[in-house]
Write a protein that binds this ligand. Structure first.
Ligand code: ADP
Length: 567
C-alpha cells in the first residue's frame, strides 16, 4: 500500500473513531439528560402529592374542628341564649357547667372537676366544684385574659390550649355580655379533646370530602388516604383502620382544640390517578439498555476497525512478500534466458543447466500463482472442485517428481514412503497443490542437506499424508495460528526465506473441502523439525487410475533430491 492510501486509511480510521466516540458521548449525554429530567419530574410529582396531603390534612382538621364545635355548642347554651346582663345584674355562678351532660361531652370528671367564672368587671375568679391550686388559678386567669386580648370574641365559644405552666391546659370558654355590648364575664371549663371530639374524626373519615371530587373522581376516603390524629402531647386520638406508607404524607397542626396534629398519607397505589398524566414512568432501564447497546456497537465498531487495519496491514505485507517471491524466480528466468539469447553459453552442459533452471523457476512461479489463485477464490467462496476416485500414491509421486529440481537446488533430500493402494475421492489438482505446499514448506524451512520425509498410509477409513522435516519446528503456541491466512512466524518474517503466509491456509481450506483435517505435530523426542499431516476420507474402489500407478503394491521407499535420482 502506498503512502497516500495509508494516509487515507489512517484519516478514515481517525474519523470513524471520532464518530463512534461522539456517538457514545451523545448517547451518554442523552441518557444523563433523560435521567435528570425524570428525577425532576418525579420530584415535582412527589411534591404535588405531598401538597395534596397537606391540603387534605388541613381540610380534615377544619372539618373535625367544625364537628367538634357543633358537638359542644349546647354546653354554653345558657350563656348564649339568655339575655345579656342587665345593668347591675351579677353573673350567675358557674355551677351549671358541671352538669353531667356537659361533663360527658367535654371532660371526664378526673380531667376537670371545676368550672370557673371570671368577672371581667371586678376581676374576681370564682370556681364551682373542686377549685384548682392557686398557681393554676393564676394561669387560668392569665390565659383567658391573654386570649381575650388577642381575639375579638363573638357569640360562640373559644378554646385555649397551653403547653406551659404547671400542667398542660385545655380550656373552653365563652363571654357573657352586658346590655350595651360590653364584656361582663367569662364562663369556662377545662376540656379533654378526646371527649370533645366525640366521633368527629370517624365522621369526617366516613363522610367528608377532604380533596376536591374533580381530583378524586369518587374514590372513597379510606382508599384515598390514611389519617392519624394526635393531641399536642402526642397522644393518639384517632387513626384510620387502613394505614398507608408515609411516601406522600403531610401534617397539619392546630393551636386550639387540644393542639390537634393531623397527618394524612396518600395511598401510593392511587397516586397515579391523582396526578394529571400519572406519575412519570421510569425509562432508565430502556436508556440503560440503549446506552449498553451503543457501547456494544461502539466496541464492535472499534474492534472491526482494528481488524480492518490489521487485515490491511497483512495484505500490505502479503503483497510485498508475494512480489518478493515472484521477483526472485523471474530474475532467474530472465537472466538465463538472456544468457541463452546472447549465445554466451560455453558448453552443451551449461545450456542444459540454464534450461533446467528456467524450467525449475517457471514451475515455482506456476506453483506460486496457483496458490494465489486458489487463495483468492477461497476468499471469494469460488473454489470449484471435481473430486473423483484417485490413487494418491501416484499423485504424490508425480508431485514430488515435479519438485525434484527445486529440492536438488536446495540440497535437500526428499525420502518417500508411499503405500500404494491408498485411494480417495479428491480433486487431483487440489490434492497436488496440497502436497506441493507442504513439501515446499518442508524444503524451504529445512537446513541445507536436510531430509524431508513424505509418507502416505491408510488406516481404517482414513488416508494419512505426512510431511516431516528436520527444520526449526513450530512453537507449540503457534500450531493453530500458522494455518490462518497471511500468518508467518515472527522468525520467518524478517528472515531471507521468502513466503506469503497463504500456503497452509490453502492446504487447510482444500482439505476441509474434501472432508478431511490437517495438523502439525512434533516429531519424536529429541528430534528437530515438525510433522505436518493431512487426513482424508478413504474411498474403497477405483475404476481407473488417473495417473500411472507404480507396479509395486507394497509401501515403497524411494528418494529424490540433490544427490539421488528419482527412483
Ligand atoms: P509461507 O509462504 O510463509 O511459507 P505458509 O502458510 O505456508 O506460508 O506457512 C505459514 C508459516 O508457518 C510460515 O511462514 C512459517 O513461519 C511456518 N511454517 C510452515 N511450514 C513450516 C515448516 N515446515 N517448518 C517451520 N515453519 C513452518
Amino acid at each position: 500500500m502506498d503512502g497516500m492510501s495509508a494516509r487515507f486509511t489512517r484519516s478514515r480510521a481517525t474519523i470513524l473513531v471520532a464518530v463512534l466516540l461522539l456517538t457514545m458521548g451523545l448517547a451518554a449525554a442523552l441518557a444523563y439528560e433523560a435521567w435528570r429530567a425524570e428525577r425532576s419530574h418525579s420530584a415535582t410529582a412527589e411534591r404535588t402529592l405531598r401538597d395534596y396531603a397537606a391540603f387534605a390534612a388541613w381540610e380534615y382538621t377544619a372539618s373535625s374542628k367544625s364537628h367538634m364545635y357543633s358537638n359542644i355548642l349546647f354546653v354554653f347554651s345558657p350563656v348564649m341564649h339568655e339575655d345579656p346582663l342587665h345593668p347591675g345584674e351579677a353573673p350567675e355562678p358557674p355551677g351549671f357547667l358541671l352538669r353531667k351532660s356537659v361533663r360527658e361531652k367535654l371532660c371526664p370528671a378526673e380531667v376537670s372537676p371545676y368550672a370557673f367564672l371570671l368577672d371581667l368587671e371586678t376581676g374576681a375568679l370564682t370556681f364551682a366544684g373542686a377549685a384548682p391550686s392557686p398557681e393554676l388559678q393564676r394561669e387560668i386567669h392569665d390565659a383567658v385574659l391573654a386570649d381575650l386580648a388577642k381575639y375579638e370574641p363573638d357569640f360562640g365559644y373559644r378554646t385555649i390550649t397551653r403547653t406551659t405552666g404547671t400542667k398542660p391546659l385545655s380550656l373552653v370558654y365563652q363571654v357573657k355580655w352586658r346590655m350595651g355590648g360590653t364584656k361582663a364575664a367569662v364562663y369556662g371549663i377545662e376540656f379533654c379533646v378526646r371527649s370533645m371530639a366525640g366521633g368527629a374524626f370517624e365522621t369526617v373519615m366516613a363522610k367528608s370530602a377532604v380533596l376536591p371530587p374533580a381530583l378524586t373522581k369518587g374514590v372513597p376516603n379510606d382508599s384515598l388516604f390514611s389519617v392519624v390524629v394526635r393531641d399536642f402531647e402526642g397522644n393518639l386520638l384517632y387513626q384510620s383502620p387502613i394505614q398507608y406508607p408515609p411516601s406522600y404524607a403531610a401534617e397539619h397542626a392546630l393551636d386550639a382544640y387540644g393542639g390537634l396534629r393531623t397527618t394524612i398519607a396518600i395511598n401510593p397505589a392511587i397516586a397515579d390517578r391523582l396526578l394529571i398524566g400519572g406519575r412519570p414512568r421510569s425509562r432508565l432501564g430502556l436508556l440503560g439498555a440503549l446506552l449498553g447497546l451503543t457501547g456494544v456497537l461502539v466496541t464492535i465498531g472499534l474492534l472491526q476497525l482494528r481488524r480492518e487495519q490489521e487485515l490491511a496491514r497483512l495484505r500490505e505485507d502479503f503483497v510485498a512478500s508475494v512480489s518478493h517471491e515472484l521477483r526472485t524466480p523471474l530474475a532467474q528466468v530472465r537472466m538465463f534466458a538472456e544468457t541463452l539469447r546472447l549465445g554466451r553459453i560455453r558448453s552443451e552442459r551449461e545450456r542444459a543447466r540454464s534450461l533446467e533452471i528456467i524450467d525449475q523457476e517457471a514451475r515455482r512461479l506456476t506453483h506460486l500463482v496457483e496458490n494465489i489463485l486458489l487463495f483468492s477464490r477461497a476468499e471469494r467462496h469460488q473454489v470449484r472442485l471435481s473430486p473423483r476416485p484417485c490413487l494418491l500414491s501416484a499423485e504424490v509421486r508425480e508431485a514430488l517428481h515435479s519438485f525434484a529440481p527445486i529440492a536438488a537446488a536446495r540440497h535437500v533430500r526428499v525420502v518417500q514412503a508411499l503405500e500404494d493402494d491408498t485411494c480417495a475421492m479428491v480433486d487431483v489438482e487440489a490434492f497436488r497443490q496440497i502436497v506441493l505446499n507442504l513439501v515446499d514448506n518442508a524444503i524451504k524451512y529445512s537446513p541445507a542437506d536436510g531430509v524431508v520425509r513424505v509418507s502416505l498410509t491408510s488406516e481404517g477409513a482414513v488416508v494419512r499424508l505426512e510431511v516431516e522435516d528436520d527444520g526449526p519446528g513450530i512453537p507449540p503456541a503457534d500450531v493453530e495460528r500458522i494455518w490462518a491466512p497471511y500468518f508467518r512466524l515472527e522468525r520467518d518474517v524478517s528472515s531471507a526465506v521468502a513466503g506469503s503466509g497463504i500456503g497452509l491456509a490453502v492446504v487447510r481450506d482444500l482439505v476441509q473441502r474434501h472432508g478431511g483435517r490437517t495438523g502439525v505435530e512434533r516429531r519424536g523426542r529429541g528430534q528437530p523439525g515438525s510433522r505436518f499431516f493431512v487426513e482424508l476420507p478413504r474411498s474403497q474402489t477405483i475404476d481407473a487410475p488417473m495417473s500411472p500407478a507404480p507396479s509395486a503394491t507394497h509401501a515403497a521407499l524411494e528418494s529424490i533430491g540433490a544427490t539421488e535420482s528419482d527412483a
